[in-house]
Design a protein around this ligand. Structure first.
Ligand SMILES: Nc1ncnc2c1ncn2[C@@H]1O[C@H](COP(=O)(O)OP(=O)(O)O)[C@@H](O)[C@H]1O
Ligand SMILES: [Mg+2]
Length: 384
């Protein structure tokens, strides 16, 4: 195949003078003579059309990333996704628009080449922006969820401390008088039984009030350097007998040389007890004989991570999304108050800790609590 420059005098069905002067790069393939022509705009941008670069049949190597054969020229229409090397050796993304002219005696294919680098750059930018927006949206959603949770907890905190205070006074009176009555000899057996019920119910109410108060008090307590493992072991010690009696095994494994975190040891212990007792309840619900709670503590410079895993009933996704809501419980009346998780969440948020969970119905649940070390907390604070 011969390769030629488009000359003004080129004899073809097309007006050659027009092609010659066209400000966009153009290639012209004259089928009968198998000659490829290029106009000066083409040569200006992509260099000389020479046999070596273009005429190696059946593939034209001018298009490096997608070698094309001359037959492509007969594919009339618009073609995207080609790359041409320009004179400086840069790869230029191009689109080619192929038109067909003439008849069997003088058949020509005209290829208009459009440099689409700007379009491609814009597209890349658009995709990049799209991903950034998606990322920002996800972050916004997480922050919004956390804020909503914090707002719920804050309003509940205020409300509950007020209610707890108001209810506690009359309740203590009921309890006090009932206990006095218990010593009266005149009471019938039925009377004694009813009184026992009143005292039992009042004590239960006092417990609830105590929980509400500790929930409202959270923000006042002192934070000092605290050993996470110690808090976990204390909690496990407190749970030990109860779990043994129920045939549930609990193991605590801790890495050596864990860093201290800034927290309130008693509150941290309370958090661990909450997670452990929920694991216990979840196992109890399955009535299985091989109940297991596995607690592991690991850590690095940045954080101490506690995982609490159980082989209990697990949770569906709806329950998972609500567990930190105050008063959310799936337990029967009298068993669960639905405050354990929201109290724990409040305590952990104050320590800048993160809680994540994996759970599958009928298989169990694993909570992961990431407690940042003091240096981490100071760093995040100073970044604000
Ligand atoms: N380990 C767990 N396995 C299954 N469900 C759990 C677990 N931990 C928490 N939950 C669910 O979260 C709910 C809320 O827990 P919590 O706030 O401690 O309240 P409560 O234990 O009083 O119900 C529970 O009722 C239960 O449905
Ligand atoms: Mg609970």
């Amino acid at each position: 195949m011969a390769v030629r420059k488009i000359k003004p005098h080129l004899h073809t069905v097309l007006a050659p003078e027009g092609l010659y002067a066209l400000p966009v790069p153009v290639l012209l393939w004259q089928k009968n003579t198998d000659t490829l022509w290029a106009n000066p705009s083409f040569e200006k941008e992509f260099g000389q059309v020479n046999v070596e670069r273009f005429a190696t049949q059946p593939h034209l190597h001018l298009i490096q990333e997608k070698p094309i054969s001359l037959t492509l020229f007969s594919m009339v229409g618009r073609h995207e996704g080609f790359v041409l090397e320009n004179k400086k050796g840069m790869k230029i993304p191009v689109e080619m628009k192929i038109n067909h002219y003439g008849d069997a005696s003088d058949e020509c294919y005209l290829v208009l080449i459009e440099n689409v680098s700007m379009k491609v750059d814009l597209e890349k930018q658009l995709i990049q922006n799209h991903f950034e927006i998606q990322k920002a949206y996800a972050e916004l959603k997480t922050t919004q969820d956390a804020l909503l949770q914090a707002a719920k907890l804050a309003s509940l905190g205020e409300l509950s401390s007020g209610i707890a205070h108001e209810l506690n006074q009359p309740l203590q009176a009921i309890l006090g008088f009932s206990q006095e009555l218990e010593h009266l000899e005149k009471l019938s057996d039925t009377g004694k039984e009813f009184l026992g019920d009143i005292i039992h119910a009042s004590k239960k109410m006092a417990e609830i009030i105590k929980s509400l108060r500790s929930f409202a008090r959270q923000s006042g307590d002192e934070l000092i350097e605290t050993d996470v493992e110690h808090a976990v072991r204390e909690a496990s010690h407190l749970m030990h007998h109860q779990l043994m009696a129920m045939g549930i095994q609990m193991t605590v494994k801790a890495e050596k040389n864990l860093p201290l975190i800034v927290a309130n040891g008693i509150q941290l212990e309370q958090v661990m007890i909450n997670f452990m007792s929920n694991a216990r309840d979840a196992i109890e619900q399955t009535k299985r004989k091989d109940g297991m709670i596995t607690v592991t503590i690991s850590g690095g410079d940045e954080a101490v991570v506690v995982t609490i895993k159980d082989n209990g009933c697990g949770m569906d996704s709806q329950t998972q999304s609500r567990i930190f809501d105050p008063f959310f419980t799936t337990k029967e009346v009298g068993k669960g108050m639905g405050l354990g998780m929201s109290i724990s969440y409040g305590i952990l948020k104050r320590l800048h800790a993160e809680v994540s969970l994996k759970s599958k119905l009928a298989e169990g649940t694993e909570f992961q609590i990431t407690l940042p070390t003091q240096s981490q907390v100071t760093q995040t604070r100073s970044k604000r």
